[in-house]
Design a protein around this ligand. Structure first.
Ligand code: PAF
Length: 252
């Protein structure tokens, strides 16, 4: 029997179900973990208010996957704490620059969950593009027998990437947030030029959306790129008090 694993922090939506569906294509058994990992949140971030909807999540997964909902002590036993995994230099860029220590927390928990679940496959969303790259590198080093599989982002009708954090948005903020995919589409259509990025940033600013970063990067190295070759637009922005991230292919 092979096992595919979908690590989540719960508050499940159609994006998570796409991961579960992909997991079923890969293996006989599918395990979904639901664990809001304290070590990947900064002191002033939304750990306390992160949506916790375990009963609804279990209902959604009934008949679809086995649920693994460990406690903090299961994941971080005080008498035998798991190793803290450093995300290295890439862990300090983009998301990591905005959220110091975030990726160390992600890699630490994913490494621990891999040890507990022991899957052959692990499935992650491409919405967290940098997270996916760092998990691939960590798994190659520490879990070479686990195949990491990325799944394209699931979007609402207006293009907004599905995220558990979208439920923080007021109706007006939700409407404004649709500018993020709209700006991405313009940047992609323009081939990721400086001018399209500047224009996109101005449009978001005009709508009161506060950028952490908006750029076009080489998808493997995360270096800014213009002109030719593979490219991906990346963004982190605050709509009201809600921080959203997204990424979109500009060139394959
Ligand atoms: O992407 C997430 O939901 C989390 O970062 C993960 C991978 C479940 C680790 O807590």
């Amino acid at each position: 029997m092979t096992k595919a694993f979908v690590p989540t922090m719960g508050a499940l939506h159609a994006g998570h179900i796409a991961l579960v569906d992909r997991a079923h294509e890969l293996a006989d058994d599918v395990v979904v973990s639901i664990f809001v990992n304290p070590t990947q949140f900064g002191a002033n971030e939304d750990f306390d208010r992160y949506p916790r909807t375990l009963d609804a999540d279990r209902a959604l997964l009934a008949g679809r996957a086995e649920v693994f909902a460990p406690s903090v002590v299961d994941v971080y036993p005080p008498d035998n704490p798991p190793p803290v995994i450093s995300a290295g230099p890439l862990g300090n860029r983009w998301e990591g620059a905005s959220r110091p220590g975030h990726f160390d927390g992600v890699l630490t928990v994913v490494n621990r969950l891999f040890e507990l679940v022991k899957p052959e496959f692990a499935v992650f969303g491409e919405k967290d593009w940098q997270q996916l790259a760092l998990i691939r590198a960590m798994a190659a080093e520490r879990h070479p027998n686990i195949t990491i599989v990325g799944v394209p982002t699931v979007r609402d009708l207006d293009g907004l990437a599905l995220s558990s954090r979208n439920q923080y948005l007021s109706p007006a903020e939700r409407e404004a947030a649709a500018l993020i995919p709209a700006v991405f589409r313009q940047i992609a259509a323009a081939g990721g030029t400086d001018e399209s990025i500047v224009r996109g940033a101005a449009k978001l600013d005009h709508a009161g959306i506060v950028l952490d970063y908006l750029d076009v990067i080489e998808p493997a190295t995360f270096e800014p790129v213009r002109g030719t070759g593979p490219a991906r637009a990346i963004i982190a922005a605050r709509v009201g008090t809600t921080r959203l991230i997204d990424n979109l292919t500009v060139r394959n």
